[in-house]
Design a protein around this ligand. Structure first.
Ligand code: UGA
Length: 431
């Protein structure tokens, strides 16, 4: 079993570290955030990620997982060094590599001979070269091993991946990295670093394109009177299309798709190719936010403008507490800009949590602790995140407490016959 240092304990780093220790490796995770490391040493997980607490607990008990402050402290005795630091979007749309470069320069002097540095962060094409240059160590191989983890199911995705991609010009280093996954049943693909980095961006941008396409089809369905749920079901039977990632919604978001789609457009531009297709994909997504917000505002108007909107769901999807680039928030920004008041509930967002305000200081909404408090006196109810608990809403109770009987189901989550039977006017997406 190998010794692995993980630099950065965000959802990618923490999941990678906990899963590698579960697979039997000796793992040390490092971060610059001291209070976060102290909490992790006590087994406290800072994010909502299914199954992660159990793996961290298991690793801490067996001694196979440790948490330390500082990258150099973690790297000094390890054979593999996974860089899992953020690569936020810079001002010009390109990814900001300053965290990556800082981490590489911090570990450069302490790396044991012949160790392997692995880029796990989503980094622009060509970044393995950047890391190799910063390290300045001819005995150390730099390998790309992009992650394909979804927030909320990251542990399951790590342990049962569709594929493991390794990008390296050094065959021996590639084989050593591949051996870390020997207990994972998945195809392992070895390619050059630039191709590995491109696979990551191309995969995310393709999935984002698929969603923009589906959302555009949903709009078409509304125009021609088709039901998008049936349309995507019929499309999904075709194995070339596949059933997944065909759910229309209020627009797509999260910390990866918007950033990576923009970054890929920028990478192409820098390489002399105008990838205007991706600009359309992004534009369709903005239009979807606009259209969803307009539906909500119209539903309030239908209730003679009396009352607020009860917004259910703030996170960018269900199963996570992540609010970054959330489609719900994008939609609510537009709704509040139209002068409509919003009272929101999300099962992963605490009422007194100032997190929302920190990320979105201009968003003027009230947050409450349950869906019925949000709905009291509301002109309209809008479902913006597909949390399972919203499927079980009591529509008799909602009919009693709401001021208007309007529902905008931006995730097509509900069986529309139920609210309609209680006298609600139901508006879905593309149906
Ligand atoms: C995404 C990719 O799915 C992962 O493979 C990748 O590793 C990750 O980005 C990353 O680059 O780190 P994630 O951001 O967790 O994962 O979110 P997704 O589950 O892909 O959802 C993205 C957005 O699309 C969400 O707003 C979600 O609600 C929306 N979505 C997804 C739909 O509207 N419809 C669907 O059918 C699926």
């Amino acid at each position: 079993m190998a010794s692995i240092a993980i630099i950065g304990t965000g959802y990618v780093g923490l999941t990678t570290g906990a899963c590698f220790s579960h697979l039997g490796h000796d793992v040390v995770c490092a971060d610059i955030d001291e209070p976060k490391i102290a909490r992790l040493q006590n087994g406290e997980i800072p994010i909502v990620e299914k199954g992660l607490d159990r793996l961290v607990d298991e690793g801490l008990r067996s001694g196979k997982l440790r948490f330390v402050v500082g990258a150099a402290e973690a790297s000094k005795d390890a054979e593999f060094h996974y860089l899992c630091v953020p690569t936020p979007q810079g001002e010009d749309g390109a990814a900001d590599l300053s965290y990556l470069e800082a981490a590489a320069s911090e570990i450069a002097g302490v790396l044991p001979n012949d160790s392997v540095v692995v880029n796990k962060s989503t980094v622009p094409v060509g970044s393995t070269r950047v890391v190799a240059r910063v390290l300045g160590r001819s005995d150390v191989a730099v390998v790309s091993n992009p992650e394909f983890l979804r927030e909320g199911t990251a542990v399951a995705d790590f342990l049962n991946p569709d594929r493991v991609v390794i990008g390296s010009r050094d065959q021996e280093a590639a084989i050593r990295v591949a051996a870390l996954y020997s207990r994972v049943a998945a195809p392992i693909m070895v390619t050059d670093p630039v191709s590995a980095e491109t696979i990551k961006y191309a995969s995310n941008a393709f999935l984002a394109s698929k969603l923009s396409f589906v959302n555009a089809i949903a709009t078409l369905c509304e125009a021609v009177g088709a039901d998008v749920n049936d349309v995507v079901l019929g499309m999904g039977y075709d194995s070339r299309i596949g059933r997944e990632f065909l759910r229309p919604g209020p627009g797509w978001g999260g910390s990866c798709f918007p950033k990576d789609t923009k970054a890929l457009a920028r990478i192409a531009e820098d390489a002399g190719y105008d990838f205007s297709f991706l600009n359309e994909v992004l534009l369709v997504n903005e239009q979807q936010f606009d259209r969803t917000a307009a539906k909500i505002v119209d539903s309030v108007d239908a209730a003679a403008g009396q009352g607020h909107v009860a917004a259910l769901g703030l996170t960018f999807k269900a199963g996570t507490d992540d609010l970054r680039d959330s489609p719900s928030i994008e939609v609510l920004k537009r709704v509040t800009a139209a002068g409509v008041k919003v009272r929101a509930y999300d099962p992963a967002v605490l009422v007194d949590d100032n997190h929302v305000g920190r990320i979105y200081p201009d968003l003027d909404i009230e947050i409450v602790g349950d869906p019925y408090t949000a709905a009291e006196g509301a002109a309209s109810l809008a479902i913006l995140t597909e949390w399972d608990e919203f499927t079980w809403l009591d529509f008799d109770k909602l009919a009693e407490i709401m001021g208007g009987r309007n529902i905008v189901d931006a995730r097509n989550l509900l069986d529309d016959t139920i609210p309609r039977r209680r006298g609600f006017k139901y508006r879905g997406i593309g149906r």
